[in-house]
Design a protein around this ligand. Structure first.
Ligand code: GDP
Length: 195
């Protein structure tokens, strides 16, 4: 778990990014997947994520300092939110593409998927984009507590097939509710970030 976490700032575009050499891990996922809950669980702070996170409104990247500048967590807006306008979707795509392809600080993307559901086209597009750009990725399957063992075994297989999951990537199943496998996901994140 994080030893320390602190919200730094939100940025709508490149001009708001921080200019230094601290490594960053960017968190992405569909709206409602449990991304804020997962970040808050890692930080052991119920209020950390969501500070500037109104679904469907401002599309910002939120920067957090972790473990006294050992690395930064960058929380991206959830995608696939049904009620947002096309203009906003395009704005989101431009911002994400710019960040994911040009940000030198970016070392890892932590992509969350809901273990109950088949990945959406947005999920498939995101995973393909990360692989095509050689960006290391850690997949976190959320809401493990909502499934029985035979269901989550079956769903993990289905999710991996749908995403054309690369077996060299790490896939961790978690429950934010019951705090299952949080340490495993933290350890995987740290090992991939190499901090
Ligand atoms: P976000 O939109 O991705 O940031 O999703 P949130 O973290 O706000 O979570 C969306 C909903 O899913 C909330 O009602 C959470 O309480 C719930 N949730 C998140 N993670 C879990 C989990 O692991 N298990 C269960 N049962 N519910 C979860």
């Amino acid at each position: 778990m994080f030893k320390q976490s602190l919200f730094i700032k939100s940025a709508a575009n490149k001009s708001g990014w921080i200019n230094d050499d601290i490594p960053e891990v960017c968190f992405v996922g569909r709206s409602n997947v449990g991304k804020s809950s997962f970040i808050n669980t890692l930080a052991n702070n119920k209020k950390l994520a969501k500070v500037a996170n109104t679904p469907g409104k401002t599309r910002l990247l939120n920067f957090f300092d972790i473990n006294k500048s050992s690395f930064r967590l960058v929380d991206a807006p959830g995608y696939g939110y049904a009620k947002i306008s096309n203009d906003m979707k395009i704005e989101f795509e431009i911002m994400m593409e710019d960040y994911l392809t040009t940000r030198n600080n970016l070392k890892l993307v932590c992509m969350l998927v809901d273990l109950r559901h088949k990945p959406t086209n947005d999920d498939i597009q995101m995973y393909n984009f990360l692989k095509a750009n050689d960006i290391p990725v850690l997949i976190i399957g959320t809401k493990l507590d909502k499934l029985k063992k035979n269901e989550y075994v079956k769903n993990e297989k289905m999710i991996k097939e749908t995403l054309q999951f690369n077996p060299s990537d790490i896939f961790v199943k978690v429950s934010n509710l019951d705090k299952i496998n949080i340490k495993d996901s933290y350890d995987a994140l740290i090992s991939l970030l190499e901090v």
